[in-house]
Design a protein around this ligand. Sequence first.
Ligand SMILES: [Zn+2]
Length: 235
Amino acid sequence: MIFKDKNLICKTSTRPQNMSLSYGATRDTLSNRKSFLADCGIDYRSLVCAQQLHSDNVRYATETDCGRGALTYESAIADTDALITNKKNIPLAVFTADCLSLFLYDPKTSSIGLVHAGWRGSLKGVTAKAIVKMKERFRCKPSDLYIGLGPCIRSCCYQVGGEFAGLFPDDLFLRKRRYYLDLVSINRKQLLGLGVKEANISDYRICTSCSNKKYFSFRKEGNSAGRMISVIMLK
Ligand SMILES: [Zn+2]
């Protein structure tokens, strides 16, 4: 658990349980979700999931969204990669294998968010947009926000092509004539740029590719890779 707050559930799963209904071996996905979420005190049927298409769209989730994407991928919220809410007992979920999941929590306004950020969403500023939405809708101050950075592929392993140099000139590293992207740095800059305090950012510091025994990695495993679930809920 990345935040220790009695009013909050906040967790990311590990291997071998695949939590995705659309990637990897999905036969046991629902029972995997059921047991992992039951341990968190969450009914898997009430999960709120987005279709995660590397967009920068943010959705305010309410009671009517509970169950979307819980039993089928198709029922998940379309064209959305970030979820926010200020309501209790609404479990927000994202699924990742290398992409970054970001947990957002404002104890002052009692509001939360969850972001799925790969390079495409990061380029579009999905994390910044989620925080702007929290400001608009819940009157959050970024300086009050606590941020958790989930496991993702890190700059040690995230090799990309030279075409990324034009997209992320400040977050690309050249090592032995190869380019590596720092997904965490891109998102940290979005957070700090909006006024989030450095001291309020907690990082698992886990690379899914280096720690592939414990975490799914699309880069390492290809299309057979399952997905971890990251979940956040106000109690
Ligand atoms: Zn690594």
